[in-house]
Ligand binder design. Structure first.
Ligand SMILES: Cc1cc2nc3c(=O)[nH]c(=O)nc-3n(C[C@H](O)[C@H](O)[C@H](O)COP(=O)(O)OP(=O)(O)OC[C@H]3O[C@@H](n4cnc5c(N)ncnc54)[C@H](O)[C@@H]3O)c2cc1C
Length: 424
């Protein structure tokens, strides 16, 4: 294999590569790594100057850890500070249950790692940057797509990306294939003109840190009451020590009203759902420390055009329900690489190859999004707050319906509907 960089820097403002990936999130970095290790020239554009951003989701599910093993990156992965979790508890109306138990999985990794996503991405990017055919342009923001007019005069093939580089200057990157992996607000997807179907979501998420009180119960992911649902993700980092990355579900579009009611009412709502946070709740004394994350579920009706493919949240925005969006983004990247690598090796990528990638991933995505929509209906309704069954029905659900399904739940959440293996 000839040694070459992921792109040829022709003039400082014009570059040429084989695959240009817009977005350095889980989908984009993983796809870049997989293509580069197969010797395909790939350039990834990430609009931020680093990966250090909050609210990216922290869950690395068993299927993704299996892929890390396949990539031979286990040592690098273990070197990142993480919390290993085998069972995920939820407290529903005060009753502790363990709906998810990955130890029931029959093969592969049987735990989930909670790890800040910026550390995970930095680990993958470091591995990719060791490969000669990989280029990562940090601070490079795509603003549009390049199109080649066909012989018939129609703008019918996407041939690269227009971006603003980290120095503020424009860049054009010509590519045989352009991948939109730039997440829920994808600029590349918008520029492609592909049609999106939106599935209404009744919730938004408030995202904030809570220090760990001296006395805390076993790690619990979700607290669900009649009025809200909260998530407490145990984290540890040098700047903050041990803390809970905390999320509260609110009815969509009501953050201004929540704020108007004042911090005291907000503290009371937190303690009502998660009583053990009472000693530390007053440390949250500024609304600037509470981030509003808008939740969406949507899906492209078609994921590709000649020279163009969308993957990850750019093709199908996932909600935080079950914490599977990162893993679905990564599974898309693996499925795409499994089809693209042999296609590039045997002469080039046609739209049929891109359609095959969509066919492979559309069904597992659709099934998981439909579970997420059902989960939203369970915890939120348009009048606000939760929509939980009565105490009697809930007990029935928790004690009779869920236990025999725990193996299936572990499989569906831990591995997804169609777990992918890296083939090249
Ligand atoms: C509140 C909330 C919490 C969540 N929690 C979890 C969780 O715990 N676990 C989980 O698995 N999933 C979670 N999800 C879902 C998860 O965040 C997504 O499904 C997942 O991040 C999708 O990965 P991606 O690579 O497709 O896109 P993203 O992670 O969104 O990455 C896209 C990347 O593209 C970059 N980018 C954007 N525009 C441009 C541009 N114009 N040019 C260049 N770069 C650009 C962005 O900076 C970003 O780095 C959560 C979602 C929400 C809304």
């Amino acid at each position: 294999v000839a040694r070459m960089a992921g792109d040829d820097d022709i003039s400082g403002t014009e570059r040429v590569t084989t695959v240009c990936v817009v977005g350095g999130g889980p989908a984009g970095i993983m796809l870049g790594l997989l293509l580069a290790r197969a010797g395909i020239r790939v350039t990834v554009l990430e609009k931020h100057a680093d990966f250090f951003r909050d609210f990216r989701g922290d869950t690395i599910h068993p299927s993704t850890i299996d892929l890390i093993d396949q990539l031979g990156l286990r040592d690098e992965f273990e070197a990142v500070e993480q919390t290993r979790v085998t069972r995920l508890d939820a407290v529903v109306k005060g009753e502790r249950i363990t709906p998810i138990d990955f130890s029931l999985l029959r093969h592969g990794n049987r735990h989930l790692s909670l790890m800040p996503q910026w550390d995970f991405l930095a680990m993958l990017a470091t591995a990719a940057e060791r490969l000669p055919t990989f280029t990562l342009l940090m601070g490079a923001e795509a603003t549009g797509l390049l199109r080649d007019a066909s012989a018939l005069g129609a703008d019918d093939r996407i041939s690269g990306v227009i971006a603003t580089g980290s120095d503020g200057n424009p860049i054009q990157i010509r590519a045989e294939l352009t991948i939109a992996a730039d997440g829920r607000s994808s600029v590349a997807r918008a520029a492609s003109g592909l049609a999106v179907t939106e599935y209404g979501v009744p919730i938004d998420v408030l995202w904030f840190r809570m220090p760990r009180p001296e006395a805390n119960p076993p790690d619990t992911l979700a607290y669900i009451t009649d009025t809200t649902m909260m998530i407490t993700i145990p984290r540890h980092d040098a700047a903050h020590g041990g803390y809970y990355q905390t999320a509260m579900l609110i009815q969509k579009g009501t953050f201004d009203a929540v704020r108007a009611r004042g911090l005291e009412r907000f503290h009371a709502a937190i303690v009502d759902a998660v009583p053990f946070l009472a000693p530390v709740v007053s440390t949250l004394d500024d609304w600037d420390d509470v981030k509003l994350l808008s939740v969406q579920i949507n899906r492209l009706q078609k994921w590709h055009l000649p020279g163009f493919l969308a993957i990850g949240d750019a093709a199908h925005a996932m909600s935080p329900a079950f914490g599977v969006g990162i893993n679905y983004a990564i599974q898309d990247a693996v499925a795409a690489a499994n089809i693209l690598v042999p296609a590039f090796r045997s002469g080039g990528v046609s739209e049929d190859h891109l359609a095959a990638i969509e066919r492979r991933r559309a069904s597992p995505t659709r099934r998981m999004q439909s579970l997420q929509l059902r989960a939203h209906a369970f915890v939120g309704h348009p009048g606000g707050g939760a929509n939980l069954p009565s105490a009697r029905r809930l007990r029935l659900l928790l004690r009779v319906v869920i236990p025999p399904m725990r193996f299936i739940i572990a499989r569906v959440i831990g591995r997804g509907f169609r777990p992918e293996r890296i083939e090249y």
